[in-house]
Design a protein around this ligand. Structure first.
Ligand code: AMP
Ligand code: MG
Length: 346
């Protein structure tokens, strides 16, 4: 049986100690970060890390992010950082930014999926930092969800699918950001964004660095095509219900296209939509699920995974999801939505 510790109000010392013992004994622990919930193990212990892959059903070619609580761990487990990486760390850590660094081979091969690099980040969440610090180990922690499903942003969304597969669940309430960290690799002094997140291209340019989005951020990976990050190849975030992204620059076209679809179909149609569109879409007979106000990208990112998880409850034939502007965290939201919809776009 998995045990649940409630750290919503405060971090309990005796339970923190039990968590660090569990991790040091090769157990696995679900805990909150500022992005999404993670499922963590001692990154130096292959038996422990293997359990994460088993619990998630994660393909073994997809490496895990290693979470650290102090900069000495960088020295210990990687060959260090260059000036650009240092600047990223100074500006964005602790925070939702994962940096791919050369690995020293002191970590389990399961963590790196056999690559000579490792993704490292320092989370901006007291519970996560305390757990890492208490265990005195780098903690490998992918998102807490069964592979293919949306990442968990609150415990109730993931409890059933991971219950009895992990030793401990730590409840820290809803995560603040709601989508996973930005993953970057610095090459020739350019910050290549392999997975967009809260730390955006614009944020990185604002501190005076050159940045670019990897070509696969909005595109499917073709069979046999080489990718910078193995996670790009895998099916992700999808509900069982057929989902279609509605992506138009102006609202009028967007609503007209949806209405046209509705008029020509006898399917039961739902839509994850902006608050501003709720009334109209209801009036033309769609089941509406509100993602937040159109311009509040933080609210949308906080809600989106939980809403995608909820789609299957409505027994719809098809569910539309309204797209957002591809700027700041909107780039990351669109990256997840395109995948959730399996590249189906209206
Ligand atoms: P998750 O752990 O579920 O948040 O996913 C981690 C993401 O980071 C996946 O898309 C991985 O493919 C990517 N990643 C982790 N380590 C590396 C690495 N060494 N090189 C490239 N991508 C990585
Ligand atoms: Mg994941």
């Amino acid at each position: 049986m998995s045990v649940v510790y409630d750290f919503k109000e405060n971090i309990k010392k005796d339970e923190l100690e039990k968590i660090s013992k569990t991790l040091n004994n090769g157990g696995i622990v679900v805990f909150p970060t500022e992005t999404v919930y993670g499922i963590g193990a001692d990154a130096t212990n292959s038996n422990a890390v293997k359990k994460i892959f088993d619990a998630k059903g994660r393909p073994q070619d997809n490496p895990l992010i290693v979470h650290i609580s102090n900069l000495e761990m960088i020295e210990e487990y990687t060959y260090g950082v260059n000036a650009v990486e240092k600047k990223l760390i100074e500006n964005f850590w602790p925070g939702p930014l994962t940096i791919i660094l050369k690995s020293k081979n002191k970590l389990s091969n399961y963590v790196t999926a056999g690559l000579d690099t490792v993704g490292v980040r320092m989370p901006d969440n007291d519970i996560a930092l305390n757990i890492i610090e208490a265990s005195k180990k780098p903690i490998a922690a992918p998102s807490a969800n069964v592979s293919g499903k949306p990442s968990g942003t609150k415990l109730s969304d993931i409890f059933e699918e991971l219950n009895n597969k992990v030793d401990v669940f730590v409840d820290g309430g809803n995560t603040i950001i709601g989508i996973e960290s930005t993953v970057v690799k610095v090459e020739k002094n350019v910050v290549n964004i392999l997975r967009p997140g809260k730390i955006s291209l614009e944020d990185i340019e604002k501190i005076g660095l050159k940045a670019k989005l990897d070509k696969h951020i909005f595109k499917d990976v073709k069979e046999g095509e080489k990718v910078e990050s193995p996670g790009m190849k895998h099916r992700h975030y999808a509900p069982t219900t057929k989902a279609i992204l509605v992506d138009f620059d102006d609202d009028k076209t967007m609503l007209n296209k949806i209405k046209e679809y509705k008029l020509n179909s006898n399917e039961k149609i739902g839509i994850i939509c902006y608050k501003e569109h709720e009334e109209y879409l209801n009036s033309i007979g769609l089941k509406t699920i509100v993602m937040g106000k159109r311009d509040d990208l933080s609210e949308i990112s906080r809600n989106i995974f939980s809403l995608i998880r909820s789609i299957d409850n409505y027994k719809l034939d098809v569910c539309f999801i309204e797209g957002v502007k591809r700027q700041y965290i909107g780039t990351a939201i669109m990256n997840r939505l395109i995948r959730a919809c399996g590249y189906n776009i209206l």
